[in-house]
Design a protein. Sequence first.
Length: 234
Amino acid sequence: MVNMEKKQICQICKKHKKKLDLIPLEMIDVQLLEFIRENFPECSEDGFICKTDLKDIRLKYVEGILKKEKGELTNLENKVLESLREQETIAQNINIEFDKQLTFGEKLSDKLASFGGSWRFIIIFFLLLAIWILINSVSLFNKNFDPYPFILLNLILSCLAAIQAPIIMMSQNRMETKDRIRARNDYLVNLKAELEIRNLNERIDNLLTDQWQRLLEIQKIQMDIMNELVEKNK
């Protein structure tokens, strides 16, 4: 009997739960409470709901809000709801996950594109051009392997430009893919953060309401004590 007195019935699952695992329905946010009454009209106003059922109902409530705001939910939004249900983190390190999938050729093209866009490449390139032109401009043993107007040099530069352009485009395409994945991950994190903030605001409102009710009860007790003291003094 002692154990039964310390327990209350959850209005949703109809099971006896400890008071620590229950929350009064009157302390729940008004909009969420209306949602509960729509789906469970048999709930009484002075009843209780267990934390497990409240969590499931809150997820359904959030899902309903998302459907009203965004229409049919996408796979990304369903993934956010699933992470809320399982209490899992959804943020990922995109750089690590993306780099693991790169092939040797893709890594090589990224390094070549990075080197081709650096000052080191520009300096080395101009030094080689200067040496090439200098050697073929000055008669060395009366033999110049590429005399003016440096036709062989022009051919090499054309081949280098033809090869360098697709390598840079390959690297840029992968950067765009990485940016899309990063934007997708940012959307998931931001959406989950927004939903968690809504949930946190609701809990803070419930806490403030509970504290306000307790203060009113304390004030009422104090007024009763003062009235009793006044009557005794009379």
